[in-house]
Design a binder for this molecule. Structure first.
Ligand SMILES: NC(=O)C1=CN([C@@H]2O[C@H](COP(=O)(O)OP(=O)(O)OC[C@H]3O[C@@H](n4cnc5c(N)ncnc54)[C@H](OP(=O)(O)O)[C@@H]3O)[C@@H](O)[C@H]2O)C=CC1
Ligand SMILES: O=C(O)C1=N[C@H](C(=O)O)C[C@H](O)C1
Length: 242
């Protein structure tokens, strides 16, 4: 039995995790939202789960370090500075950060890496995602995670090879680029497709989230796994042993 503290508890993901905890062997330690007391929540928790906003990150990390508790960070839209702060905090407490906690996307990243590696740079890679109208960041954390997987497979740096938000007279596609397109509308929980386009043929690797329960289950599994680990930065691959 673990005491789980949720940062962003009033949000869509916070609510999905709280609903899952009702039927689980764990206890909801409480929640903190904008203006809430994350330090107090951390003191009352065995592990924190943060699905909120990048603006909450420093308070979450500070609270986790102060209480000596691990933290799962599912929040997306993180900047390079945010990632550096996570690396620094992971010297003190165990931290798992991922743009997608689902089993399916974690496996998909492996498939994308393998496909990108085997097919090579002659195949153009485009990543298309669609989410609900309330989503505030683009490309999604998952799209970026899949882009990183493709770049790893290619042996290139994603930041130096990204084409995103094309509009107007863009010129030809840059050779070796990894493209991103983001669609927003309705209540879509999360759709991601990685298109590998070659000469006269195309492969599409896709994941469809039917609801947020898949993310909540993954986050809870990650939280369970993180308790008692050594300080360090972990990912869903470590949890799922894929
Ligand atoms: N890794 C994954 O698998 C997944 C990641 N996500 C990501 O999780 C995040 C949350 O998504 P979702 O639940 O849909 O978003 P919501 O907007 O529904 O919820 C966010 C919650 O965080 C709170 N919040 C915002 N800013 C702060 C802050 N500075 N301090 C404390 N709390 C804050 C909000 O409060 P208020 O309303 O007052 O602003 C709200 O309660 C997003 O970044 C999303 O992309 C989502 C699904 C899966
Ligand atoms: O905001 C969301 O809803 C989601 N965000 C994550 C992302 O940015 O990839 C994960 C999932 O797709 C839902």
């Amino acid at each position: 039995m673990a005491r789980i503290g949720i940062i962003g508890s009033e949000g869509r993901m916070g609510q999905a995790i709280a609903a899952l905890l009702e039927g689980a062997d764990h206890e909801l330690a409480g929640g903190a939202d904008r203006g809430g007391d994350a330090a107090r929540l951390a003191d009352a928790s065995d592990v924190l789960i943060d699905f909120s906003s990048p603006q909450a990150l420093s308070i979450t990390l500070h609270a986790a370090i102060g209480a000596g508790v691990p933290v799962v960070i599912g929040t997306t839209g993180l900047t390079e500075d945010n990632h550096r702060a996570i690396d620094e905090a992971a010297r003190a407490v165990p931290i798992l950060q991922t743009g997608n906690t689902s089993l399916g996307v974690t496996l998909l990243a492996h498939l994308v890496e393998e496909a990108a590696k085997r097919l090579g740079p002659a195949w153009d890679i485009e990543i298309v995602e669609m989410h609900h109208r309330m989503k505030v960041d683009a490309p999604s954390g998952t799209a970026l995670l899949l882009g990183e997987a493709a770049a790893r497979g290619r042996g290139i740096d994603l930041a130096d090879n990204t084409e995103s938000g094309r509009d107007g007279h863009t010129g030809e596609r840059a050779s070796g680029a990894i493209g991103f397109a983001a669609l927003r509308g309705g209540t879509v929980a999360g759709e991601h497709s990685v298109i590998l386009a070659g000469e006269e043929e195309r492969i599409t690797l896709s994941h469809h989230a039917e609801n947020r329960a898949i993310f909540a289950r993954g986050a809870l599994r990650a939280a369970e796994w993180l308790i008692g680990r050594a300080p360090g930065r972990y990912g869903m691959d470590d949890v799922l042993d894929l």
